[in-house]
Design a binder for this molecule. Structure first.
Ligand code: SF4
Length: 77
């Protein structure tokens, strides 16, 4: 299986990726503080390609798995 994205990955840092969307610093990542912020996570993102209940693929992190419960600033409704 593909490697799992870690929060210290360079792209993850640049994109504000968190494995648990509820831990995102919304003062820094203000998109997550928006009216639909609470529902923003990988599973509700257009770019998410589900693998199973825990992980999926994302073109921003090509070749790696992101957490279903994750979030990054690339989130798209
Ligand atoms: Fe998750 Fe979407 Fe960010 Fe990819 S772009 S990591 S699917 S929130």
């Amino acid at each position: 299986a593909q490697e799992i994205v870690t929060e210290d990955d360079g792209t993850a840092v640049a994109m504000g990726y968190a494995a648990d969307h509820s831990t995102v610093d919304t003062a820094k990542w203000t998109k997550k503080a928006g009216p639909d912020g609470a529902k923003q996570q990988c599973t509700t993102c257009t770019l998410y390609q589900k693998i199973d209940d825990e992980y999926g693929l994302c073109p921003i992190f090509a070749g790696k798995r992101v957490h279903a419960s994750g979030w990054c600033n690339g989130w798209v409704a």
